[in-house]
Design a protein around this ligand. Structure first.
Ligand SMILES: [Zn+2]
Length: 293
């Protein structure tokens, strides 16, 4: 019994990022390719996303060049295998405001967006600081922050002050303050709808980038190895990682890092002709698999 179909949708990739950015302190260990994704949650009569990726607009051009981002595809194209249009997306749970998670706000014209109040207000505060603090603004496109405020004015952005259970039936939003960003949050899907679910999936946002963050690359004697990019503290990140695993009933494999290039090794996957992957985590009772024949 599954209430939601859950699919990770690649929409572009970052060609090369140092492993040290993904695993704190692992210098001189080479580079990795980083897929950029958003996550589709389809219920019986709801369509939701976790994050919206980024827009390929002119103001994003600097990020696209600086980060060497390739093979960007429109949400029309990314969603088309599901027979869904961007206009059909009703809810978007924003894990945080970095450009590759919140830069696509304008691409989903009918959606209602949910973000932690601390995430948005902290970025506005950061924007007011002297130029010498600009490292803090890495991965933030200020026009996304302005767009979010516009959406708030228009009644399409909900600012959450802490945990929000059953934001949709069986879906909880949980903050992890002062970690990757000031108001990062993760999404817990109790896919049997039970309060004490035994079928829980956890969408980690950027609290982890890869499986290796949860086991340190040591599956036999795992430890938490934090990501290399945090405006908050590594200690808070480590305890947030433990919370992710606890939320998944102790099952690390149910905690999903959307930037992990190896998701397709663990879960049924189909690769589209445009080179992008669709990774299937769960199929609701009312849907069919997108991967299995
Ligand atoms: Zn991020």
């Amino acid at each position: 019994m599954s209430d939601y179909s859950i699919h990770i949708l690649e929409y572009c990739y970052l060609n090369e990022i140092p492993n040290a950015a993904l695993n704190y302190g692992r210098h001189n260990t080479g580079m990795a390719k980083l897929p950029f994704c958003y996550i589709l949650l389809r219920g019986k009569d709801s369509v939701a996303l976790v994050d919206v990726g980024h827009n390929n607009s002119e103001q994003m051009a600097k990020f696209i060049t600086d980060f060497d981002i390739r093979n960007w595809r429109t949400p029309q194209e990314v969603l088309s295998p599901f027979g869904i249009k961007p206009e059909d997306v009703q809810h978007v749970f924003l894990t945080h405001a970095h450009f590759d998670h919140m830069g696509g706000l304008a691409l989903f014209p009918n959606a209602k967006f949910y973000i932690q109040e601390k995430e948005l207000s902290n970025w506005i505060w950061t924007m007011t600081l002297d130029r010498r603090f600009r490292w803090l603004m890495g991965s933030i496109d200020t026009s996304d922050v302005l767009k979010a405020v516009e959406l708030a004015r228009d009644g399409r952005l909900l600012l959450l002050k802490g945990r929000a259970d059953d934001i949709l039936p069986g879906i909880d939003l949980v903050p992890a303050f002062d970690t990757h960003s000031a108001g990062s949050q993760y999404v817990v899907i109790r896919n049997d709808g039970q309060a004490n679910s035994s079928d829980t999936w956890v969408m980690a946002g950027d609290l982890i980038y890869q499986f290796s963050n949860l086991d340190g690359g040591d599956e036999k004697d795992p430890y938490y190895h934090p990501i290399g990019i945090a405006n908050g503290s590594q200690e808070k990140l480590i305890f947030a990682m433990h919370d992710l695993v606890e939320a998944a009933n102790g099952d690390r494999t149910r905690v999903i890092p959307a930037h992990e290039a190896r998701l397709s090794e663990r879960f049924p996957t189909r690769e589209e002709s445009n080179g992008l992957k669709i990774i299937e985590l769960a199929v609701a009772d009312c849907h069919q698999s997108m991967v299995m024949a």
